[in-house]
Design a protein around this ligand. Sequence first.
Ligand code: NAD
Length: 339
Amino acid sequence: MLVAVYDTKPYDRASLEPGAAGLPIEWRFLEFRLSAESAAAARGAKAVCAFVNDRIDRPCIEALAGEGVGHVALRCTGFNHVDLEAARAVGIRVTRVPGYSPYAVAEHAIALLLTLNRRTHRAFNRVRELNFSLSGLEGVDLHAKTAGIIGTGRIGRIAAQILRGFGMRLLAYDPFPDTAWAAAQGIEFVTLDQVLIASDVVSLHVPLTPETHHLIRSETLARMKRGAILINVSRGALVDTAAVIDALKTGQLGGVGLDVYEEEEGIFFEDLSGQILADDELARLLTFPNVLITAHQAFLTREALADIARTTLANLAAFAEGRPCLEGTGLSEAHGREP
Ligand code: NAD
């Protein structure tokens, strides 16, 4: 079975290719993203493999169906960029990778927090310029401070547990709280408002849904503790960027660590050095010394890439052989809350 792999990067190829040995799978690696306009490049393929910034809306799904594609295998967790209704209507199977290393993403969230707090991004640049001055590099002890975790699924829990290890007080909000886990870890479930009001650090670990879109906006930012640090490694549109910029300008936010950005499509994952950045909000964010942005790399560990390849390959092989998809990975039948 021929599989068209969109938005291929060298690390995708390196993790997918070896795993396919002995499986009925042939690859067509494409470097551009999947959209209605590029769906024709899947001609002859029975399945496509897609990533976070592919635009798999209704026109794209219909174009894929027209090319004879029967399976969209997402090599990511989030599926907010896929029109599942449209996929169901044309009978395209959609699968994702629900359970790859949550440590990869949670540890990256903590890396952003530690860097922002202790200014190691600034110290690194200074020392390379032989500037050994410490002024402006003061941080705080995280020990005994309060962290708020919004969304305690696979990734949020690991982030919470790591921060507990620093001796932080942990508050959490999730509409489906696992109270037994929280009690065992010394973590307190409270309301969203209480998390915002009481936390020195707020970290987002929720999927992007109509409910969570702009979860962080001017009203919720105003509820936060002055000078709090916001971390978002989940999805860009959880945060209203313009409101975050305002909160940084007034000092309401003390720092922001982002691995995702609302308008990241076409920017993140690309080498645009030497070009003119047309996105004014991203350009403004990059001027703040207390903003740290990485380009959607939280998943990028050897372990996570191996997990992603394993699940994606198992789903593609199941489709090729006419078997159901791996349990917990199917989306075309499931709906709403991520399973
Ligand atoms: P998960 O499904 O295990 O957990 C999500 C949690 O959010 C669930 O417990 C759910 O009940 C909760 N939730 C849903 N709506 C909520 C709301 N309105 N308020 C508070 N909590 C809510 O998902 P996960 O594996 O922990 O992943 C979380 C998100 O991280 C994914 O949806 C994805 O968008 C993002 N992610 C980013 C990267 C990256 O590389 N930056 C990698 C993987 C995942």
